[in-house]
Ligand binder design. Structure first.
Ligand code: SF4
Length: 342
């Protein structure tokens, strides 16, 4: 690597002098709070995480309180953030630490990596921020910075790329100051070395950056796979008897596990494929996930529900005023809000 030994100093100086990203978990040393922020930050931008972080900590200031909480309450607080498998892993890890590990977080990289929902990135983040251990974080920001610094043509999403960039990040890091260095490089990626229109002239590393010197910044990082978005059509039968709606919990290995929805018929297109006695018109809402685009059609049926239908779909009768106690996907909440059920 062609950076001089002083590179980490210039990065840390930039971080202390110029970087004003003020986030509530910055400089935090409590492993519970750091872990919580890192789980929330997986797949989500820092600005969107802040209200969730504050809300969860207000309800559960310690891991013991989180572990003892009703799961439905935690899912409700998580509502709107997506990627609910993170929330399930958060609950499992909180219970394990509270009940099996005397409420103590493991203080080694390997111990952290063994926890549910923690991969190499999160283990490095918690190890360095909470315990000042010399593990380099390699998130999307760091991949991008290093790929540009080296003008590397190795795809960042390949097995070779993962190994290569992890090694480069480890070589680059300031092992005497891992916490502040890791924070600084992630902030550099978020505020200066941005995916589009990076602010290279303000970058503390622009003198050593190969992509900048060769005017090829926009070419990096290189990815091998194109993201394929699957289109799904969810037809929801909304039974409304005048006082209640009928919902069910999603189970199985699919999106939105443990959240609540209406009776569902999934098809390959906008046609529901069944006929109704009276044809209700559907209202349509959409939700974009990373790999899927959901189009949801809601057919409101103002009628008493047959016992057979309740059994077939595994429905639960819920009074309007109690709907707010159930965690639901955004697309369902949008429907409920627009139709004044919530
Ligand atoms: S000079 Fe530009 S491309 Fe290179 S690391 Fe800095 S911000 Fe990124």
């Amino acid at each position: 690597m062609s950076l001089p030994n002083t590179h980490s100093k210039s990065l840390i100086q930039w971080h202390l002098a110029e970087n004003c990203r003020d986030l509530p978990w910055k400089s935090e040393k409590d492993p519970y709070k750091i872990w919580l922020s890192e789980i929330l930050l997986q797949q989500t931008k820092a600005e969107a995480v802040v209200p969730y972080y504050n809300k969860i900590l207000k309800h559960f200031p310690t891991i013991q309180l989180l572990a003892a909480a009703k799961e439905q309450k935690i899912f409700q607080l998580w509502q709107g953030l997506g990627y609910y498998s993170r929330c399930r892993n958060l609950i499992l890890t909180a219970k394990w630490i509270s009940e099996e590990n005397s409420g103590l977080f493991p203080n080694t990289y390997e111990g952290l990596l063994a926890l549910k929902g923690i991969g190499p990135y999160t283990a490095s983040a918690v190890a360095s921020f909470a315990f000042n251990l010399p593990y380099a974080v390699v998130d999307g920001n760091v991949y991008r910075i290093i790929a540009r610094l080296l003008a590397s043509a190795i795809p960042i999403d390949s097995a070779e790329g993962k190994k290569y960039f992890q090694e480069k990040a480890t070589a680059l890091m300031d092992k005497k100051n891992p916490a502040i260095y890791n924070q600084a490089i992630m902030d550099l990626g978020a505020t200066i070395c941005k995916p589009k229109n990076p602010l290279c002239l303000q970058c503390p590393w622009h003198k050593y950056c190969k992509a900048f010197s060769t005017k090829t910044v926009e070419k990096f990082p290189i990815k091998s796979k194109k993201l394929i978005i699957k289109k799904r059509h969810f037809h929801y039968l909304v039974f409304d008897d005048g006082k209640h709606l009928y919902i069910r919990k999603r189970i199985g290995n699919d999106i939105w596990k443990d959240l609540h929805e209406f009776a569902l018929i999934e098809t390959d297109d906008e046609k529901i494929g069944i006929s109704f006695d009276r044809n209700p018109s559907a209202s349509v809402f959409q939700q974009q996930l990373t790999h899927q685009k959901i189009t949801a059609y809601f057919y409101v049926m103002l009628q008493k529900v047959l016992r057979k239908t309740i059994t077939e779909y595994g429905l639960e009768k819920v009074a309007y005023e109690n709907l707010e106690n159930y965690a639901m996907p955004k697309v369902i909440l949008d429907f409920l809000h627009q139709n004044k059920y919530l």
